[in-house]
Design a protein around this ligand. Structure first.
Ligand code: AMP
Length: 395
């Protein structure tokens, strides 16, 4: 059978990110974004071997943008488009793995959307548009939460009344599943260890950040919870705060629930702490110039990350390695060194030269001699989604 190509689609409320991947290649043949959808300046940008291109798509919605995009994809795939993989943020407890899209699957995704009202409706818009444009092409939903469905109850339950779990699904779900899955497998390959018999701590550090304990290829704990707000300090999200903060702000400052949500989601994290930026690169530059807010934001970010990794180690039978990934994890030698410095009790230590070398470059090991492995591994969520999609296509 000739190699098949997979189109991976990731829909936000006003954007569609897309990538066309070959069956065996790590890097996409074509990738891009349709953004500012619904507005007069909606635009479709893409990159392929032919270079960067863009098309204005004024006022296009998700369906119209996809209708423009799909012919480009088909031309690039040269008749070998085998399927579409859709990233879906929340699969609740219903989805423990990727699933072929049909009407019952769509209904189940709609049902869990109450758990992710900001994210799943956008995913559904993209899925419905792609299904109506290509009804005969196999399409697959790949869930950010599915990898973490292997967490045991002592890791996923909150200490709140049981009825909230039973009747309303209030529990920890975790996100970034495709990334944690992809990099933990890659780390095992790089170290010639069997993925199904090795244990990893993973720190996915991008605009959103989470840690994960991966044992024998399965997630045993992760730092995000019911929503992607729990856990680490992120670009604009606070991560963990005292649950008493919500009531305090409502009672003492007269804030509404929406104001609290907005503050914790969009005005907190690195941005809130630094008063400057949500972007780690900008904060590193500002820190070098002596900016106190940027300095504090980086200190809090690294300390909280180290605390989370130490906590995740409770889920591991042994530590085969700590893996850094995501834009910050793959590029910030400073964040890696500050974080690992807090983890002396796990006997972790870095080789400063190897750490400085692993910036925007190839994957590699950066630990000091005689210490447990620390790796930098580039994530590739699109590749993982394409692999999960391929696995469900009819042969
Ligand atoms: P992602 O969401 O994975 O694209 O990651 C975005 C984050 O990675 C932003 O905070 C960027 O500032 C950060 N980042 C990207 N490159 C670098 C770099 N060279 N040094 C520090 N942070 C970086």
């Amino acid at each position: 059978m000739p190699a098949r190509h997979i189109l991976v689609i990731n829909c936000g409320s006003s954007s569609i990110k897309f990538a066309l991947l070959g069956e065996t290649a790590e890097q996409p043949l074509l990738h891009g974004i349709a953004e500012r959808l619904g507005s007069a300046d909606a635009v479709l940008r893409w990159q392929s071997a032919a270079g960067q291109q863009q098309q204005a798509v004024p006022a296009a919605d998700h369906r119209q943008a996809l209708a423009r995009l799909l012919p480009l994809v088909e031309a690039e795939a040269a008749g070998r488009l085998g399927g579409i993989g859709h990233r879906v943020v929340h699969g609740g407890e219903h989805f423990t793995a990727a699933h072929l899209l049909d009407q019952p699957t769509l209904a189940a995704i709609r049902q869990v959307s109450a758990l992710a009202p900001l994210h799943n409706p956008a995913c559904l818009q993209g899925i419905e548009a792609a299904l109506s444009l290509y009804p005969a092409l196999p399409q697959v939903a790949v869930f950010d939460t599915a990898f973490h469905q292997s967490m045991p109850p002592h890791a996923f339950r909150y200490a709140v009344p049981e009825a909230l779990y039973r009747e309303h699904g209030v529990r920890r779900y975790g996100f970034h599943g495709s990334s944690h899955r992809y990099v933990s497998r890659r780390a095992a390959e790089l170290c010639s260890l069997p993925p199904n018999r090795s244990s990893w701590l993973v720190a996915h550090l991008g605009n959103g950040c989470s840690t994960c304990a991966v044992v024998d290829g399965h997630s045993r704990d992760t730092s995000m919870g019911l929503t992607p707000m729990e856990g680490l300090v992120m670009g604009t999200r606070s991560g963990d705060v005292d649950p008493g903060l919500h009531g305090h702000l409502l009672r003492e400052l007269g804030w509404s629930a929406e104001q609290v949500d907005c503050m914790l989601n969009q005005q907190s994290g690195l941005l809130g702490l630094s008063g400057l930026s949500n972007d780690m690169r900008s904060l590193e530059q500002a820190r070098s110039a002596g900016h106190p807010g940027a300095t504090l934001a980086i200190e809090v970010f690294c300390y909280r990350l180290a605390k989370s990794l130490a906590a995740m180690s409770c889920a591991l039978p042994q530590l085969d390695g700590l893996v850094f990934t995501g834009g910050i994890g793959e590029n910030s030698a400073l964040v890696r060194s500050k974080t690992v410095a807090h983890l002396r009790l796990l006997n972790l230590a870095l080789d400063p030269e190897a750490n400085a070398r692993c910036v925007g470059g190839p994957d590699g090991e950066i630990q000091a001699g005689g210490h447990p492995r620390v790796l930098v591994v580039a994530t590739n969520e699109e590749r993982q989604i394409a692999l999960d999609t391929l696995a469900l296509l009819p042969n």
